[in-house]
Design a protein around this ligand. Structure first.
Ligand code: HEC
Length: 224
């Protein structure tokens, strides 16, 4: 047999294997069964490398702004805690049934840079339950959530509840008020200051990305 026929036979059998696998229903797609070790490793390695590469370009605004965190805690409670949980709070039923499971974002924030947190929040992750919030929110409406996430590793349940109480009316999930005021007012809340001592993984930029101002207007008309 010629070498070329052997190669052809190998390719044909491989294709048959792939299509057979796809069409015959052998793979268990149920969310209640775990991925095999190799599949898990391949997916999470691919995902982490993809996020790391794409987040490199992002210009990070000053996340130490207290108003940003107060807006972020309400938006986090409204948009994220149902799946990811929050300090002292379990995820809701929706989050508990997902596979892959939504990680505790206090752990994620401890090892991801603000740019990476922002990238995932904005773009989501394919074939998981993680939505692309950028489909409905402008960048400016998502940075507050990122600012809040950078404080999560230092926040216990009482700190979280205190922040929530402090943050009434802030953010676009704050008791129906619009988020147009974030960044404008000065706040001096004890709960925020208590959780304000943290380090970012990468140097911060003083100025928000120039384009966020223009993009922001789109963010105010999304529906919830
Ligand atoms: C419907 C459920 C759901 C909601 C709501 C949700 N997420 Fe997620 N999120 C997930 C899942 C599932 C993953 C894990 C994806 C994976 O394993 O690749 C994830 C992953 C992430 C990650 C990556 C963490 C890591 O360690 O790699 C970040 C950051 C994140 N979400 C932020 C948010 C933020 C911020 C919000 C709210 C604005 C939010 N998520 C709302 C389901 C959700």
């Amino acid at each position: 047999m010629k070498v070329s026929s052997v190669i052809f036979a190998v390719i044909a059998f491989s294709m048959l294997g792939v299509f057979g696998f796809a069409f015959l229903g052998f793979y268990d797609v149920s969310a209640s069964s775990p991925h095999g070790g190799f599949v898990s490793w391949l997916l999470s390695t691919t995902s982490h490398a993809s996020v790391e590469r794409r987040a490199g370009e992002i210009d990070v605004p000053d996340l130490d702004d207290v108003a940003l965190t107060l807006a972020g805690v309400n938006d986090f409670a409204g948009m994220c805690a149902g799946c990811h949980g929050a300090p002292g709070r379990e995820p809701e039923a929706m989050g508990q049934g997902l596979n892959p499971a939504p990680p505790d974002l206090a752990d994620s924030a401890a090892h991801m840079t603000p740019a990476e947190l922002f990238w995932v929040t904005k773009n989501g992750i394919k074939m998981t339950g993680m939505p692309a919030w950028g489909a409905t929110h402008a960048d400016e409406a998502l940075w507050p959530v990122v600012a809040f996430m950078t404080r999560l590793p230092q926040l216990d349940s009482s700190g979280y509840e205190a922040l929530l109480a402090d943050a009434k009316g802030h953010g676009h999930h704050g008791s129906g008020e619009d988020d147009a005021d974030t960044g404008a007012d000065q706040h001096n809340h004890a709960a925020v200051q208590a959780s304000a001592e943290h380090d970012h993984d990468e140097p911060e930029h003083d100025e928000p990305k120039a384009s966020t101002d223009e993009e922001s207007h789109a963010g105010h008309d999304h529906q919830h």
